[in-house]
Structures are given as structure tokens and as C-alpha cells.
Design a protein around this ligand. Structure first.
Ligand code: FAD
Length: 337
């Protein structure tokens, strides 16, 4: 295992942005982590852990020792009645892993089908889709704590999970997630999460939907809605759905009665960032090769030769406009370098 200098990351970020890593090392076996960390220490560069690069905006070269997680392996660890603990190494690709769990007879991750990226990155932003978040299915995970220099096992309640957030996202450089364990349920006993509008509609004609049916419907809806990064560079939803006070939501609803809004426990109201951006006329907007997707206002895209700085400038213009029109602060979802 050797690290290389000045390595291109273009093929390792789904925006397909041009940027180089000062030092780059691919970790294929977890046992080689200490050797990799020795090289990182010798380089004098800060550590940056890279998975599939599907939640990253590289606006410049990465002045870091990039550790690319490519460790593989997945297994059913333990069966406890109708449930099982299933473990996967950090470098496993997320969607094939979800499909594998279903093929093994275990339900729980079907709503998270077709999300790009790796298993190890999934807890970082507590990936979520169609009413299910990673935190709902996590059993535990093993991580290297760079601050303390030791491997730890963390339970969900120790990960400070929130909407698209966790302790791993808040403390960049501290954690290297090595493997993740999920608590899943036998297919025949699964309680499916099918309340989310488009999923419920598509399953309306199915008498007794299975987890595989849910996975198929989720894949179909996602494929229609979201651009494929292999064809058009993007990082999925670019902004988080904002939370506002009940008073602000009421004031906005008086002006925009059709505005989608989702009251949360605790009194705040979640708004749909995509709706706000579309209302403001940004959908389909293009500045050079940086643009807002034609069908999905929440997704910023690279039409070919955009730089990360151009995508970021477009995002800032959108944020300023949404703040001026609706007094709503949009938060960027991907990690911006
Ligand atoms: C088309 C598209 C659709 C998407 N849809 C969704 C969606 O529905 N829901 C959703 O939540 N997200 C979605 N995403 C975002 C993205 O897929 C997820 O955030 C995914 O988990 C990122 O995985 P990755 O391996 O690509 O992470 P990377 O982009 O490589 O890294 C993301 C962050 O995690 C850190 N990281 C990566 N691996 C590790 C590790 N092993 N240990 C510690 N830190 C690590 C990195 O340092 C970085 O800070 C979408 C993205 C795209 C392109």
C-alpha cells in the first residue's frame, strides 16, 4: 500500500470536478490502517477520508492526505429470532449492499435503495430517503478515533444523529468509520415504511407489498427524478430542507398558500428547499456549465467543464435570492472543500 502525490480526484467525485489530492492512499484492508496513518503523519498533511465522492463539492485542490476507503466484505453476524445483525466494511458500495441484504432475506434498508456512495459514509450524514434514515436501522459501528488514537465501537445514541447530520460530520478529521452493523428484520416480518407520497401511490395496486416491491418502486421513482451522476455530474440534493418557526411558516403560507410544509415535533416546520428554489425561478438556470437541473430544482449539476468554484458561486447566488425573497437560510448539504 503506497500513497501517491498530486493524484486526480476527477473520477472520484460524482460532480466530476477537476481537483487533485496533495497525497492519496487507497485502503483495501482495514488491517493496513495503522500503516496508512503512519504515512499520513509523515506527510504532515491533515487527513481526509474519501468514500465514493457523492457528497462532496471540490472547489479547489484538496490540501490533505486523502484516505480512500476501499475495504470490502459483508456478512450476517448474528440471527436473533426475526432479526439479524448484518455487518459491512466501509468501502462496500451502498446500493449493491442494500440489494444483497434483501437477497439474503432481510428487510429494513429498502427505502434507502439507489443512494450512491459507500457504507462507511452512510452514517456521516445519516443518509435518508422516503421516510427512513440510517439511524433507524443502525445497530453499531466500528471507527478509528484519530483524536484518541484508538478503535471504538459506537451505538446509535453515541453518534448524535440528526437530519443529514451526525458527530462524524461535525468533527471532520476525527473519525474513520471502518465497518457498520445494521439491525434488520426477516422479510416476512418486516414493517414497511410506505407512507411517503410517491411510494404509497406506486404501491396502490399491489395487494401485499414486500420489501423488494418497495425497493423496486424507490429505484423507479429515483431514476425518474434524479439525474444519474454517470451521465450528468451532481451530488444529489444540494440544499437541506430548511426548518423555520411556526410563525414564519404561517406568514409564508399567507403569501404562498400552496407551499409544501411539514410540521415537526418541537413546533418547527420543515419547508421544501426545491419548491422555494423553483418558485424563485432557478429551475433549469445555467451559468456556463454550472446549472440547476431542469427537472429537479434541488440538484445542481455540472454540464461538463464547470469548476467547483463555479458551482459554489451559483449556490451562493441561489442562497442570497432565497434569503431575500423568503427570509429562509438554505444550508448546503454536501461537504464543501
Ligand atoms: C444522485 C445522488 C442522489 C443522492 N441521494 C441521496 C439521498 O437520497 N439521501 C441522502 O442522504 N444522500 C443522498 N446523496 C448524497 C450521498 O450519496 C450520500 O451522502 C452518501 O452517503 C455519500 O457517500 P460517499 O461514499 O460518496 O461519501 P463521500 O462523498 O466520499 O464523503 C462524504 C463525507 O463523508 C466522509 N466519509 C466518507 N467515508 C467515510 C468513512 N469511512 N469514515 C469517516 N468519514 C467518511 C467524507 O470525509 C466526507 O466528509 C445523493 C447523492 C447523489 C449523487
Amino acid at each position: 500500500m503506497k500513497s501517491v502525490s498530486n493524484a486526480s480526484l476527477r473520477a472520484l467525485n460524482t460532480f466530476a470536478l477537476p481537483a487533485n489530492a496533495a497525497q492519496f492512499c487507497r485502503l483495501e484492508v482495514a488491517e493496513q490502517l495503522s500503516a496508512a496513518l503512519e504515512q499520513q503523519a509523515a506527510s504532515g498533511l491533515p487527513l481526509f477520508v474519501l468514500g465514493g465522492g457523492s457528497n462532496l463539492l471540490l472547489t479547489q485542490d484538496l490540501p490533505a492526505f486523502v484516505l480512500h476507503m476501499a475495504t470490502r466484505g459483508k456478512r450476517v453476524l448474528e440471527q436473533q429470532g426475526e432479526q439479524a445483525i448484518i455487518e459491512a466494511e466501509a468501502g462496500e458500495a451502498w446500493h449493491p449492499f442494500v440489494q444483497w441484504t434483501l437477497a439474503q432475506g432481510w428487510a429494513g434498508l429498502e427505502n434507502l435503495s439507489l443512494i450512491p456512495g459507500t457504507v462507511g459514509a452512510a452514517p456521516v450524514q445519516n443518509i435518508g430517503a422516503y421516510g427512513v434514515e440510517l439511524a433507524d436501522r443502525l445497530h453499531s459501528l466500528d471507527a478509528w478515533d484519530c483524536q484518541r488514537g484508538e478503535q471504538v465501537t459506537l451505538l446509535p445514541q453515541q453518534c448524535a444523529f440528526a437530519y443529514r447530520d451526525s458527530c462524524f460530520k461535525r468533527e471532520p478529521g476525527r473519525w474513520i468509520i471502518l465497518r457498520v452493523r445494521f439491525l434488520l428484520t426477516a422479510l416476512e416480518h418486516a414493517e414497511l415504511a410506505v407512507d411517503y407520497g410517491p411510494i404509497r401511490q406506486r404501491l396502490a395496486g399491489v395487494l401485499a407489498p414486500t420489501a423488494q416491491d418497495v425497493a423496486a418502486v424507490v429505484c423507479a421513482v429515483r431514476s425518474e427524478k434524479l439525474p444519474d451522476p454517470a451521465k450528468l455530474g451532481n451530488a444529489g440534493s444540494f440544499f437541506k430542507n430548511p426548518l423555520v418557526s411556526a410563525e414564519q411558516a404561517q406568514a409564508l403560507l399567507a403569501q404562498y398558500p400552496a407551499m409544501p410544509h411539514y410540521p415537526q415535533t418541537g413546533g418547527q416546520v420543515k419547508l421544501a428547499a426545491g419548491w422555494l428554489i423553483e418558485q424563485a425561478g432557478w429551475k433549469g438556470h445555467r451559468e456556463g456549465d454550472a446549472g440547476v437541473h431542469r427537472e429537479q430544482a434541488l440538484v445542481l449539476v455540472n454540464y461538463g467543464s464547470a469548476t467547483g468554484a463555479q458551482i459554489y458561486a451559483l449556490a451562493q447566488s441561489i442562497r442570497a435570492d432565497i434569503a431575500a425573497r423568503f427570509a429562509v437560510d438554505l444550508e448546503i448539504e454536501p461537504i464543501v472543500i
